[in-house]
Design a binder for this molecule. Structure first.
Ligand code: APR
Length: 236
């Protein structure tokens, strides 16, 4: 197997599914129960902040006892070995807003859709780790004013985070791996095409073929806790 130097991994909700956190578009997924346009847009927050904050408070509470699974640990182990082998670059881009990659020890990690366990003040911009409920009455620990707290999560219609860093990494990578993502939401769904343009080998590790599966040169289907550790062990 070729020796790769620059890897970019993209994860989606499927990598956290076996930790008990729901996905979005599978049977019974989050967007089957809730309307994202009423809960995950700036307009929804403007119109009904209490409902939007309540939705994210519930998801934050649900995260409290979620544990990283074998797929998260396999990716953290891959990172450690990658660096120990003296290979050039490793970047793990996640669309997930949970903290399971951190729990497993991932370091070179970029949350392009933000983080559920961080709160931001829309008045002063103060950004802080937070496991408490967000309410309109709660004062910002930065400016002391109430009424400005929101989850540090990227909503539909907002710019994902870290895109400059991501595209620079995609242009230079020789290995691109997508784990547990349906490939339905851009710009993440376009990363595989970007990696191919740069000549990277492309791998999809997910439960079943999705919208962009035919863009991957190598695909392995099955639960992430089986497919990811197996693939990592087989990597040259
Ligand atoms: N193991 C591996 N993959 C799985 C598993 C599992 N146990 N269970 C589900 N999957 C796969 C599904 O086959 C699907 O391809 O995970 C993917 C989940 O797709 P989505 O629910 O669309 O989640 P994701 O791709 O992360 O959504 C992208 O959409 O709503 C926005 O911001 C949200 O980050 C999210 C983005």
């Amino acid at each position: 197997m070729a020796r790769y130097e620059n890897i970019v991994i993209l994860t989606g909700a499927g990598v956290s599914a076996e930790s008990g956190l729901g996905t979005f578009r599978d049977e019974g997924g989050l967007w089957a129960k809730f309307d994202p346009m009423k809960l995950a847009t700036p307009e929804a927050f403007e119109a009904d902040p209490d409902t939007v904050l309540g939705f994210y408070n519930a998801r934050r509470a649900n995260l409290a006892d979620a544990k990283a699974n074998a797929a998260h640990f396999a990716l953290a182990e891959l990172e450690q070995n990658w660096m120990l082998d003296g290979r050039a670059n490793y970047l793990l881009v996640t669309q997930n807003i949970d903290d399971l990659h951190e729990q497993a020890g991932s370091a070179g990690l970029l949350h392009m859709h933000g983080e559920l366990l961080k709160t931001r003040c829309t008045r002063c911009g103060h950004l802080f780790s937070d496991r408490e409920d967000m309410t309109r009455e709660r004062p910002c620990p930065g400016c002391g004013k109430a009424g400005g707290l929101r989850p540090h999560v990227v909503w539909f219609g907002e710019m994902p985070l870290g895109l400059d860093q991501i595209y620079a990494a995609l242009d230079r990578c020789d290995l691109f791996v997508a784990v547990g993502t349906s490939g339905t939401v851009y710009p993440a769904a376009g990363f595989v095409a970007e990696a191919r343009r740069g000549g990277a080998h492309t791998v999809e590790l997910t439960l079943e073929p999705g919208e962009i599966s035919d863009l991957f040169e190598e695909t392995h289907y099955g639960p992430a806790t089986e497919v990811v550790p197996h693939w990592v062990r087989g990597l040259g």
